[in-house]
Structures are given as C-alpha cells and as structure tokens.
Design a protein around this ligand. Structure first.
Ligand code: DMJ
Length: 456
C-alpha cells in the first residue's frame, strides 16, 4: 500500500511541480519554502532513497537524471543550514550508499563545502541561516538574544562524519566534534540542554528545554552517532544516556489517566504539552535500550512503548484519526489539542516512525495495527486527486486541506510505513542508522577501509 501511496505522491509531484521544492496538491502547482532559499528539487532529493528502497526503478532513474542535470548549488540563496543538511546532504548520502552512483557522492560533498562558512563564528557553533553564495551567516531573528538552536546545530553530526569519510577531508568531522566540545564545557541546568545557545558568547540563551521542536534531533543524534560509529563514540553515548536521565527526572510525567508524556521545561516550570515532533522519542528510547546500563534495558523499551501508546491516543482522540501538532495534559484534558493553532496535521512522520521502531524491537502486532489505522486515515482525509495534503483541523468533521505535500511525507512518512510492513532484514539496524529525515546512513565499522562494501 505504501508503494501505491508513494506512486500517487510522486506522480503528482512530477506532473505539477517537477523540479520545484514541493507540490501544492489542491492547486496543482509548485510550492516553494524559504527554508531552501532558491535551491530547487527538495522533493526529488528527499525521495531518492525511498524510490530506491521501494524498487521504483524508472522513477529513481528520472530523479537521478534530474540531479545530474539540474541540482545546482551555485545560487545566491539564504538557506537553513539544518534543513538543507538533513534533507539534501542526507538524501544525497543515502542515495549514494544505496545505489553506489558517484554523482550523489560528488553533489553531497560539494553541498557540504558550501555549508562550511556557517561555522565561522567565535565559538564554531554554526549560524542557523547562511547565504551560500556570499558565505554570510546569521541567526533566526526570533531566537533568544541571537542564539543558535540546539536541534539545528546538534543535527549535523551524522552527515558531517560521512562527508569526511567520503571526501577524505577531515574538516567536516572536526566542525561537528567542536560543537560537542563547546557543549561539554558548559554547565547544564539540572543536567538539561537549553534550546538556545549564543554562538558569539558561547552562553545559553533562555532556559527552555524541549524534546520536541527546537531540541528533538539533538538527542537523537547523540545516540545515533554512537550507533553509527559501531559503538566506539563513547562521548556521544555518555551524553545521550546522561541527557535521558535528566529528561526522565525533570520532564517525563504520567497523567491521571495513566498516559506517560514528555513535558516542556521553562526555567524550572513545566508546560504540560507534548508536540507531535516529540513523539519520535518513543522510537529513540527503544532504539537506545540495548546500550543502556543492563538494569535499564527493559525500562527504556517500556518508556518507548508508553510514549508510543500516548501518541497513538493523541491520534485516536481526534475525529480524523491523525494526530494534532501539539496536545496537552492540563485543564482536564489528556492527549488532546486545546488551542486552535495546534490542531493541524502536516503529514508528519514521528508517530509512524515510533511504531516502526517499536515493531522491529518488540514484534508486538499492535504497532502494525496502529500503523494501518494511520494508512486508512491518510487515504481517507489527506489523499486528494493531486497528491497528499495536510489538514488544518483534525477534530473537524470536514477536511480543510492546507494544500502542501511536504517533502518529508515521501522521505519519512511513507518510508517508515513501508519498513513497518517489511521484513527486518530490509535496512537492518545493525548496519544502518536513519538520519532525522529518515535517510539511512551505514554504520562505519571499525575495520572499514575508505571504500567499504556495505550490506544493503
Ligand atoms: C522533518 O524534517 C524531520 O523529521 C525533522 O527532524 C523534524 N521535522 C520534519 C518532520 O516532521
């Protein structure tokens, strides 16, 4: 089924928005997001590995040809370093490792080089935004006192380690190792990592902590850096398990109805709200269970299972059976969005991602059942003639479509669905880690030479 869904998403993108970043499936035209400046083709690059894994050979070939002929980084564009890294660098790296086609390696390294000026700050903590022509960087104007964002500068590690590996140039790995060093030198309030860090002073901004937006994939990359290093990156390992310990103590709570959730922390006060983005953490806890101290293994799996259940409830308690952007545990509600501007669903993957990890790690059939519920809901409410669209209010009786087919729907949501219903030996966890945009990167085994033969 996910293959048919991919075909529908891809064919319509091709028909109405080919070469542009994303598709507007209702108005049947291209959608450009300023996250990528005028770098084009986000959906193509994000979808490459999904096409490959689903064995959509014709489509993969046309996507590859587009990359060869049209993917151009010599543009005057201010881009989000994080978004371009996870979608474009990550997408190209996976396409290279899966297919062995040199063009993807070349383009990934070329783009990586374009991103390097972002690190020209007093501390080496990179800017959020970078003009890839002039090399001038800056931060989001809304971010606490000129700060860089934890989930942005903390989500470069996996890709940059691979860029060094594939180019033979150590500079990429050095840049991300330096980020670790800066973080390790800093005092952390209650052992927690605030979402904001000033790249000039090297001091934290506001003490807001989140395992959802602004924080999320930083934690994910600590664990995955350790796994991707064939469990040699002891520093990443320690930072991850220490952080989880602090998160459990200060952020994880149980509702009176028995649902475990991860709250947000604002200078010591809890906001009892969980974002859809935060739901990825179920899969992360389960994936990390194996490396936890032996008496904690079962506990981390259990934590993953509880988060999966809570996030499933957030879907089940809506009219459309798709979860809201954020849900709350206060004022008498549990796992329900209470604010109008938190009721939307933009085809995000995190809940299905967690089902996929939980399925692989426990084989409890309920995760496939829950994944199937999501398929049915997507088909019923998000599928339109011109592709798949997000929804403005998942509690409403009638669909109000937002008219965007996000590129991560093809790279993540559909890939995780496909994996959820595949055998475990398709991209086995011993050999692959998924970047935060679901692009698989091979584990770098200790005895790997420069050109390793990785198992598919
Ligand atoms: C994706 O780009 C990535 O999963 C990122 O980590 C968070 N946001 C979107 C999906 O929701």
């Amino acid at each position: 089924v996910s293959l048919q869904m991919m075909k529908h998403a891809w064919d319509n993108y091709k028909r109405y928005a080919w070469g542009l970043n994303e598709l507007k499936p209702i108005s049947k035209q291209g959608h450009s997001s300023n996250l990528f400046g005028n770098i084009q083709g986000a959906t193509i690059v994000d979808a490459l590995d999904t096409l490959y894994i689903m064995e959509m050979k014709e489509e993969f070939k046309e996507a590859k040809e587009w990359v060869e002929k049209n993917l151009d980084f010599n543009v005057n564009a201010e881009i989000s370093v994080f978004e371009v890294n996870i979608r474009f660098v990550g997408g190209l790296l996976s396409a290279y490792y899966l297919s062995g086609e040199e063009v993807f390696r070349k383009k990934a390294v070329e783009l990586g080089e374009k991103l390097l000026p972002a690190f020209n700050t007093p501390t080496g903590i990179p800017w959020a935004l970078l003009n890839i022509k002039s090399g001038i960087g800056r931060n989001w104007p809304w971010a606490s006192g000129g700060s860089s964002i934890l989930a942005e500068f903390g989500t470069l590690h996996l890709e940059f380690v691979h860029l060094s590996h594939l180019s033979g140039n150590p500079v990429f790995a050095e840049k991300v190792m330096n980020i670790r060093k800066v973080l390790n030198r800093l005092d952390k309030p209650e052992g927690l990592y605030p979402n904001y860090l000033n790249p000039s002073s090297g001091q934290w901004g506001q003490h807001h902590v989140s395992i959802g937006g602004l924080g999320d994939s930083f934690y994910e990359y600590l664990l995955k850096a350790w796994l991707m290093s064939d469990k040699t990156d002891e520093d990443g390992k320690k930072m991850y398990y220490d952080a989880v310990q602090a998160i459990e103590t200060h952020l994880i709570r149980k509702s009176s109805g028995g649902l475990t959730y991860i709250a947000e922390w604002k200078g010591g006060l809890l906001e009892h709200k969980m974002g859809h983005l935060t739901c990825f953490a179920g899969g992360m806890f389960a994936l990390g269970a194996d490396g936890a101290p032996s008496d904690k293994t079962g506990h981390h799996i259990e934590l993953g299972a509880e988060i999966a259940r809570t996030c499933h409830e957030s879907y089940d308690r809506t009219r459309m059976k798709l979860g809201p952007e954020a849900f709350r545990f206060d004022g008498g509600v549990e796992a329900i969005a209470t604010r109008q501007n938190e009721k939307y669903y933009i085809l995000r993957p995190e809940v299905i991602e967690t089902y996929m990890y939980m399925w692989r790690l426990t084989h409890d059939p309920k995760y496939r059942e829950w994944g199937w519920e999501a398929v049915e809901a997507l088909e019923k409410h998000c599928r339109v003639d011109g592709g798949y669209s997000g929804l403005r209010d998942v509690y409403n009786n009638h669909e109000s479509h937002d008219d965007v087919q996000q590129s991560f729907f093809l790279s993540e949501t559909l890939k995780y669905l496909y994996l959820l219903f595949s055998e475990d030996d398709l991209l086995p966890f011993e050999h692959w880690v998924f970047n935060t945009e679901a692009h698989p990167l091979p584990v770098l085994h200790k005895d790997d030479g420069n050109k390793e033969e990785n198992q598919k």
